[in-house]
Design a protein around this ligand. Structure first.
Ligand code: IMP
Ligand code: MG
Length: 189
């Protein structure tokens, strides 16, 4: 069996994006970032833990110029009356003042996480701030967020793999798959 076809969880639905397709987009985004930041001496990829880890580490291998990485971990609590907040579980270490920062996340859904983290980072006065996500559920946006680099636009499925999880399961898959939620609920409640 091809690695890309292995299904180690019983609740994997359809494979939506193969490892080959992911690689192609990651390479293209890497090349674009190289071009856009050729005059920058202080490029920082700032990933949101834990979903962005695979994407960020693959992406930085395609950026053949000086750069560094950092991470922060946040939990978003969003309610329907838009009184949500983001809790910082652990903050980034770099003082980003004067840096060219690219905020990297796995997926934009309602946009709340990126919207809130962007505001927070802008307060810290980076030289520039852009956003890079692997996946974008375009039909779900409720907050206006600029997405400068995007791997794939996807429909409103719950997805897992290549860093993305459902209750911490599925991050290790080399592809992006939909979650069979009926099966998942039958197994995990
Ligand atoms: P937002 O704040 O509504 O944009 O949600 C973004 C966050 O929700 C992401 O950083 C993911 O952690 C999580 N998320 C949203 N959709 C999915 C999905 O389909 N699979 C896994 N995680 C998701
Ligand atoms: Mg996340």
């Amino acid at each position: 069996m091809e690695t890309s076809e292995q299904k180690p969880y019983p609740f994997i639905g359809e494979i939506l994006i193969t490892p080959e397709q992911i690689k192609q987009r990651v390479d293209a985004i890497g090349a674009k970032i190289m071009e856009d930041y050729q005059d920058s001496d202080n490029l920082l990829l700032l990933g949101l833990l834990r979903g962005s880890v695979m994407f960020l580490t693959d992406l930085m291998r395609q950026i053949h110029r000086p750069m560094t990485m950092d991470f922060m971990s946040v939990s978003s609590y969003e309610s329907d009356d838009s009184s949500g907040f983001v809790r910082i579980n652990s903050d980034h270490k770099t003082n980003i003042r004067g840096w060219d920062v690219i905020l990297v996340d796995d997926i934009v859904d309602r946009g709340f996480t990126i919207y809130t983290v962007r505001k927070l980072l802008l307060d810290r006065q980076p030289r520039s701030l852009k956003t890079c996500v692997l996946l974008d559920k375009v039909d779900r946006h409720q907050y206006t967020v600029p997405i400068d680099y995007c791997g794939f636009q996807i429909p409103d499925y719950f997805v897992m793999g290549y860093g993305l999880d459902i209750d911490e399961k599925g991050r290790n898959l080399p592809y992006i798959a939909s979650v069979d939620l009926e099966k998942y609920r039958a197994l995990h409640g």
